[in-house]
Structures are given as structure tokens and as C-alpha cells.
Design a protein around this ligand. Structure first.
Ligand SMILES: [Fe+2]
Length: 514
């Protein structure tokens, strides 16, 4: 991927059709700076198209992003080539103040399995050019797909250099597992897992996020980053959310502070509306009150069937008081749930014949978190599937003994790969846990005690504590996961390298690390 498509916006010359008299009038209703300062994005690829997104915000951190409180028409165009010589679709969308002047266009009627280019115009201003691939036709033979797993991009913990590297990858799409923003107040110092205070690389603007304007401003600050914009401009994303899009370890209508549920739901409504406004997702994900449809599916020909799960909105409260601690009997509560019944039905698998991928947020493997040999009892992360033993076992049972099931996960801010074993010890799936783009700072190859974790968890085959992302190379006879890590994220110019290559032969729920 080397074509220089990230062209700067510029005054239109020779694009008369788009700059007729009405457009000049429109120019007057977008005041001040670049209305496309937050970049562009595409998402949710299908065989016939994808969503294209932008949000008008000439003053990104100012009130209402610097926009007037009025609907504003935005022109969009899609072409088969980066110079827009072969236009294939164009139209007008309305950027509404109710949605923060975000624009979501569901482009259809495109050809399967090829790249397209898109851009927006408002008045005399033009966005940078984005690129996205359509999915292959349903059922068509597909020999190969490359997908990246990314997420956990705490803005204060590091620079988004990994996203600059991601923009150069050749990918079908990017799966974002959440923590696009973090909800805490801006800080100049942060404390890592090791208890050591460190200076932040850059600070979030403002206090902890509670209302819609707070969340919008944080997304705007995040999206001003040019490396993040480059990644979005090059690849379609399938974006999900985890906890920090709202609040640390929230589930359903509960938070860690014991806030009344009806109050949590008000905050959830603001947070998930802001998530919708800033994500390239389809109209099916438009929030209705505090509820949002995030779980969805994408099928890549006859090769891979992705089911994107929502493990937050329908989950019962974490058992045993949440956190990292020894399990209590509550982890076996028969009525606990992680996903809703509609997702459970979606997760019940048909006959073999296609890689089935559960792309989701929290770790599905069991994991004893002890890092010291003298700790007496196993330590569990109670914000993972293994703290919900009944629905976890039901989910694994519903995989019907299939041998080509992959789980893609984030949340942990560390790299892991291993077998998802059921209660009987049978490997039901292979899980690739991707680290973070920045959360946790520079990190290191191995945290102290990683040898203890590997010894206590024989199903765990890889552990690493650097930043980066996982690229999955999906082929008919095997799955290759490359763990790409950054040498640093707290200073510019971080270098990317492959820390490990994990391979899974088709039809065998086992993995090898090279
Ligand atoms: Fe995170």
C-alpha cells in the first residue's frame, strides 16, 4: 500500500459541479477552520459497500465543535480510483446538530472484493481521501484475508505511532475491540500496573466525562491525531466498544461506584451516543435511549464468518466484587450472563466449513494471574469470561465441537495467545489477545513473573507486554497471527517489529508459537 492518497484538503479547482451557487452559500454556514479536522473513516464492509463517516468540527474542542446549531448539507463521493476519475456514487447527507454534525453514509451498489476511495465536501472545503475495501461476494471462494486487531488507545499513555504503521499494512479491514477513548480526567502523571508514577505523554482536555458534550470533546481530541486519521483513511474499521467508552468496568446498568442504575443509564446514553457519532457504523447502531445495537456479523466469502459481540451492555455485574482476586462461589452463579440471548443464538454454530471468528472485548481463556510463586490461591480477573462460568460453558458447548473457531480479544493491555478450554479441559477455540496501541506506555517484553504465569497456565502459549497490534493472516488451511510490537510509544519514531508468529492448522484447535 504505497499510493499517496492522503492528500490534504484544498480549495476545489475545476470541480464545478460540486461548487455551483448553492455550495457557495453553504460555505458561509461553516465558519472558521477546517470542517474536516477530525478526518474521515469507513466501516462495516459488506459485499456491496460500507459506511463512510466524517464529523464537521472546525473548532474541534470548542462548543459544538465550532458548528452553528443548524443542519448542514455535506456532499460525498465514492470512486474506483484515488483520483476520482471513475466516480461510482455520490450524494448529499445532512450533518445534524442532534448528532454533533456527524455524517454516516451507507454506500451500496458497489462491486465486491475491491478497494474504493471516498471523500466529502462542504462549501469550498474538501476532506482528505479515504479508502476502504468491500467484502467478497457471499459464498464466493476466498483464499486469503488479512485483518488487524487494535484497541486500548489511551491518548495520555503514548503516541499513536502504531497506527501510522497500521496504515501501511495490506488489510481487508481492522477490528477495533474498544477503549477508543478513556473517560478519566486529564492527567500529567499516570500510575502503571507496577505502581510507578510516570509523566504522561500528552494530557486529555477536561475532567472526567459525564455528559454528551464531554464525551464528544474527548473523541474530537483523540481524532485530531494524524496517525489515527491515517489508519482510518486507509482501512475500513469494524468498531466495537468496551468499558472506557463509558466508565471503567461498567456492565449493563451498573458501575463500580454503586451509582443508581437509572443514573448509570443516563450516562450510558450520552456515552453511547458519542460512540455512535464518532464510529463508522451503520444506522442499525443508532442509539435508542440508552440501548444500542452493537453486536453484528461480517462474512468474508467462504473463508471467514465474523461475529462481533457486545460483552458490556447485557452483562450481569462482575462477581466477587470485581477486580483481580481469588474467585468466590458467585463465579458459578447459574443465572449470570455476558451476552444476550440474541447474541447467544448468533453464536450457536452451523456445520463446519468456514473459519468462525468471535471478535469481542474480554478474555475468554481462563487465567491464573499469579506472578509470584508464594501467592497461595489462584488470582482471577473478574472482568473476564471465566468469572461467568455458566454462560461461558454454555457458549463453548454451543460451538458444537467445531475445530476452526478463533476468538479475537483486547482489554488486557498485554499480548496473549492460547487455548480456550472448557470445564472438561477440551480446547474449544484458539484465542488471540491483542495488546494495546498505547495503554500502559512503553512496556517491556516480559513483565516480572511472566514465567510463573506461563507455568500456572499450560493452555497459555504466548505472553508479552509491549504495545502494538495483531495481524491475522487467514488462509484456507491455516491461521497465522503476527504479534506486531512497538519498541516504544512515549517518544516519536517508534519502530514496529514482529514479536511472534502464532499458527493454527485448520481443523485442529491447537497453536504453535514461532
Ligand atoms: Fe483498555
Amino acid at each position: 500500500m504505497s499510493q499517496p492518497i492522503l492528500t490534504r484538503r484544498s480549495a476545489l479547482a475545476g470541480a464545478g459541479a460540486l461548487l455551483a451557487a448553492p455550495a457557495i452559500l453553504r460555505a458561509q454556514i461553516v465558519p472558521g477552520g477546517d470542517p474536516f479536522a477530525l478526518g474521515v473513516a469507513a466501516g462495516d464492509p459488506a459485499p456491496d459497500g460500507f459506511v463512510i463517516w466524517t464529523r464537521l468540527a472546525p473548532d474541534p474542542l470548542g462548543a459544538h465543535g465550532g458548528m452553528p446549531m443548524a443542519p448542514v448539507p455535506v456532499q460525498w463521493e465514492v470512486a474506483a480510483d484515488p483520483r476520482f476519475a471513475q466516480a461510482v456514487a455520490r450524494g448529499e447527507a445532512i450533518a445534524r446538530p442532534e448528532l454533533g454534525h456527524a455524517v454516516h453514509v451507507e454506500v451500496g451498489g458497489l462491486s465486491p472484493d475491491r478497494p474504493y476511495y471516498y471523500r466529502f465536501n462542504v462549501g469550498r472545503e474538501r476532506s482528505l481521501t479515504g479508502r476502504a475495501r468491500t467484502a467478497p461476494a457471499a459464498g464466493s471462494r476466498v483464499d486469503r484475508l488479512r485483518v488487524a486487531s487494535v484497541g486500548c488507545q489511551h491518548y495520555e499513555d503514548g503516541l499513536y505511532t502504531a497506527y501510522r504503521h497500521l496504515a501501511a499494512e495490506d488489510l481487508g479491514f481492522v477490528f477495533h475491540y474498544g477503549d477508543y477513548i478513556y473517560e478519566g480526567r486529564g492527567r500529567t502523571r499516570r500510575i502503571d500496573y507496577d505502581g510507578v508514577p510516570r509523566a504522561t505523554v500528552r494530557a486529555y482536555v477536561g475532567d472526567e466525562l459525564y455528559d454528551l458534550a464531554d464525551y464528544r470533546r474527548r473523541y474530537a481530541q483523540t481524532k485530531l491525531d494524524p496517525d489515527l486519521q491515517a489508519a482510518h483513511a486507509m482501512h475500513a474499521f469494524v468498531t466495537t466498544f468496551d468499558d472506557h467508552e463509558l466508565d471503567n468496568n461498567w456492565t449493563g446498568d451498573g458501575d463500580q461506584d454503586g451509582t443508581p442504575p437509572e443514573i448509570v443509564l443516563l450516562r450510558r446514553q450520552a456515552a453511547l451516543q458519542a460512540w455512535y457519532e464518532h464510529s463508522p457504523v451503520r444506522a442499525a447502531s443508532l442509539p435508542r435511549g440508552p440501548a444500542i445495537t452493537m453486536a453484528r456479523r461480517a462474512v468474508w466469502g467462504d473463508l471467514a464468518d465474523f461475529r462481533f459481540l457486545d460483552t458490556r451492555q447485557f452483562r450481569s455485574r462482575p462477581p466477587c466484587g470485581d477486580g483481580f482476586r481469588p474467585a468466590c462461589p458467585e463465579v458459578n452463579a447459574p443465572g449470570a450472563h455476558i451476552i444476550d440471548s440474541a447474541q447467544e443464538r448468533m453464536a450457536a454454530l452451523p456445520a463446519a466449513g468456514i473459519w468462525t471468528v468471535f471478535a469481542q472485548q474480554i478474555m475468554m481463556m481462563t487465567m491464573d494471574r499469579r506472578r509470584k510463586v508464594d501467592e497461595p490461591a489462584p488470582i482471577m480477573n473478574l472482568d473476564t469470561w471465566s468469572a461467568y462460568a455458566a454462560p461461558r460453558e454454555r457458549f463453548l458447548h454451543n460451538l458444537n465441537g467445531r475445530r476452526d473457531v478463533i476468538v479475537l480479544t483486547g482489554d488486557e493491555h498485554q499480548n496473549f495467545a492460547g487455548e480456550v478450554r472448557d470445564k472438561a479441559g477440551r480446547a474449544a477455540a484458539i484465542e488471540f489477545v491483542s495488546t494495546s496501541i498505547t495503554s500502559g506506555g512503553d512496556g517491556q517484553d516480559l513483565r516480572p513473573g511472566s514465567d510463573v504465569m506461563l507455568a500456572n497456565n499450560p493452555h497459555l502459549k504466548l505472553i508479552n507486554d509491549q504495545r502494538g497490534y495483531v495481524v491475522s493472516d487467514i488462509e484456507r488451511d491455516g491461521w497465522i497471527a503476527d504479534y506486531m510490537v512497538m519498541d516504544r510509544v512515549t517518544t516519536p519514531g517508534g519502530l514496529l517489529s514482529r514479536r511472534a508468529r502464532v499458527t493454527v492448522p485448520r481443523g485442529e484447535a491447537r497453536l504453535s508459537v514461532g
